[in-house]
Design a binder for this molecule. Structure first.
Ligand code: NAD
Ligand code: IPM
Ligand code: MN
Length: 366
């Protein structure tokens, strides 16, 4: 028996395709290293809606609460775009994040040397890049009340509310400062304190936490619009970027292109430490269900495989194994392995999703 429990939620679109490659990696750790996981699998998103009429059943929610880590593929797709808002696939993912209280979303963007020419930016701007976006994940405009669409006079009004408590800002800030201490000791906090009261509070609280607990970490602030510009102008100026739920969503997709492809970016969503010292956790690629390439064998499985590497590190105290897996990915890329999203302007024949997964497993075994 093992005490490492993992709930796999492949989801929709390319989710199941990339998850199949992660399964190979999990199996390799079991057979080659004796590192085994008690893996269960369930439905989320459109797949859960098709089977149960809801994007996340209470049973799946309970399972997610009871395992050491959840690994999610992706949710959503055009087949579900016209569903009632309350049962859209994305609601399933948001419910998992909210009810597990996964407030700290770590979105690392690293540019592997072999891919420095695949970014839409010049090699010298991105080569060696290693930044971490800490996105607050359980509050802000994604969850604030009031919200909804209602009639005002004879026209419809759509409402969402950006709302942050000091406690929510403080815990996200602490996560960012802690991460920075294990990296290059710099945090840049991004909001719009020039136009939003929630941004003013955000900046105040970050300053207070910094002064009281993290004076050793270098802290700067930037308006998020300038931050987006700076991310593409000179991304290597950053170490940890601390930001809210919506800005973090946008800035992390932007950071993805610095690494060569959205198909490269993993993430970890962590809550407060539990009694066993580990955080509640869900791991997922930053990308979505990619309906445009679903079923064609074109998806890059690396974001999902690197998300599993983050699970090894943050949920299972298997830092060496996480590094081994990250090195295997780096090494296959150095060998020239490329899925279609990583083809440069010069073209060539891309590998399929399966071939990339196999190459990574072969490298692990080498
Ligand atoms: P997307 O991330 O699915 O795709 C954006 C572009 O990137 C597409 O051209 C796609 O082909 C490409 N891409 C994404 N992942 C890739 C991969 N692994 N390999 C190669 N190419 C990849 O974003 P979208 O098209 O805006 O959204 C599609 C659906 O996914 C929507 O329903 C959206 O809500 C959902 N979505 C889900 C998540 C999630 O589950 N975490 C994240 C983002 C979007
Ligand atoms: C992400 C996605 C999600 C988000 C959606 C699918 C709910 O874009 O994880 O980046 O907006 O957070
Ligand atoms: Mn997103």
């Amino acid at each position: 028996m093992t005490d490492r429990s993992l709930l796999i939620l492949p989801g929709d679109g390319i989710g199941p395709e990339v998850m199949a490659e992660v399964r190979k990696v999990i199996n390799w750790f079991g057979t080659a290293r004796g590192i085994t996981f008690e893996v269960s699998e369930d439905l989320v998103g459109g797949a859960a809606y098709d089977a149960h009429g809801t994007p996340l059943t209470d049973e799946t929610m309970e399972k997610a609460q009871s395992v050491d880590a959840v690994l999610l593929g992706a949710v959503g797709g055009p087949a579900y775009d016209d569903l009632d808002f309350s049962v859209k696939p994305e609601r399933g993912l948001l419910r998992l994040r909210k009810e597990m209280d996964l407030y700290a979303n770590l979105r690392p963007a690293q540019c592997f040397d072999a891919l420095a020419d695949f970014s839409s930016l010049k090699r010298e701007i991105v080569s060696g890049l290693d930044i971490m976006i800490l996105r607050e994940l359980t509050s802000g405009v994604y969850f604030g009340e009031p919200r909804g669409i209602h009639m005002e006079g004879n026209e419809r009004v759509g409402i969402n509310t950006q709302r942050y408590t000091e406690g929510e800002i403080a815990r996200a800030a602490r996560s960012a400062f802690e991460l920075a201490r294990r990296r290059n000791n710099k945090v840049c906090s991004m909001e719009k304190a020039n136009v939003m009261e929630s941004g003013i509070l955000w900046r105040d609280v970050v300053n207070e936490i910094h002064a009281a607990e993290y004076g050793d970490v270098e802290l700067s602030h930037m308006y998020a619009d300038n931050g987006a510009m700076q991310l593409v102008r000179a991304p290597k100026q950053f170490d940890v970027i601390l930001t809210d739920n919506l800005f973090g969503d946008i800035l992390s997709d932007c950071a993805a292109m610095l690494t060569g492809s959205l198909g490269m970016l993993p993430s970890a969503s962590l809550g407060a430490p539990m009694e066993n010292g580990r955080p509640k956790a869900m791991y997922e690629p930053v990308h979505g269900s990619a309906p445009d390439i679903t079923g064609k064998g074109l998806a890059n499985p690396i974001a999902c495989i690197l998300s599993f590497a983050m699970a090894l590190r943050y949920s299972f105290d298997l830092g060496d194994e996480a590094t081994l897996l990250e090195r295997a990915v780096e090494s296959v890329l150095a060998d020239g392995a490329r899925t279609a999203d990583l083809m440069g302007p010069e073209g060539g024949t891309p590998m399929s999703t399966t071939e990339m997964g196999d190459a990574i497993v072969a490298k692990l075994a080498a």
